[in-house]
Design a protein around this ligand. Sequence first.
Ligand code: 1GP
Length: 270
Amino acid sequence: MIHEDRRTRDFICDRSQGTRHGIVIDPAEQSPDIAAKRAIAAVSAGTKLILVGGSSDTDSTNVHDTIVAIKEGLELVTWASSQDSDMDENDWKIPIILFPQGAASLSPAADAITFMMLMNSTDPRFLIEEQISGAPYIRKAGIEPISMGYVICSPGGRAGEVGKAKLLEPNEIDRAASYALTAEMYGFDMLYLEAGSGAEKPVNSDLIKSARDATDLTLIVGGGIRDGVTAKKVAKAGADWIITGNLVEEFEDASELEKTLSEFITKMID
Ligand code: 1GP
């Protein structure tokens, strides 16, 4: 039986919304409490998606604690905004989605999971084995799976190393289209082009355009996107979602973070 509630998938795959911004929170990089503060600041700035995961050092405990803290934080603000006629409580109902390193980093508290194949991994573990280990738990916990092809592009960073990826190089335009087509033919809901957290440059625009032209899949791009002007370039190349990680984790002060992300998103959609 297919998971009945496809609410989160429908929200993420609604391409009529234009390019939207999401954050990734790595539970290994901050306490649950700080993660919740950062998530609230980001949502207040206009972020529409919260991914929780990392390439290493995540486990079911830190992932679960982080998701619960973010959920509780957002629920409190949602409640507060329902009491305030100037605020729309729906603006705070943002999905919190597992973006896992593997089957040992899951939590039943998530709204959904990016159920992914690391398509250019050379290791069967990331192509299919972790998925097989995790699927029964995901079904039992009632977590909505959103199927995703994940392709790591040069330079790839830690994700590329851990995932043993045969990186997609900037000149491999046709290969980008082939991955996009393959993801579509597998019936995946979306395709994620990843340059690696902290990458010096984001995914090459020609690769993004090539994947965009090949399919109508929801296209997510992340890695090395640190300002709104760069985000706009990535958006213009065809990304439906721009994901940032490091940028969010740099701020201790929530109001500074909110200001930076507001400017980022304003420029991105300008
Ligand atoms: C998530 O790797 C990105 O896909 C995050 O990258 O940390 O460089 O924003 P940054």
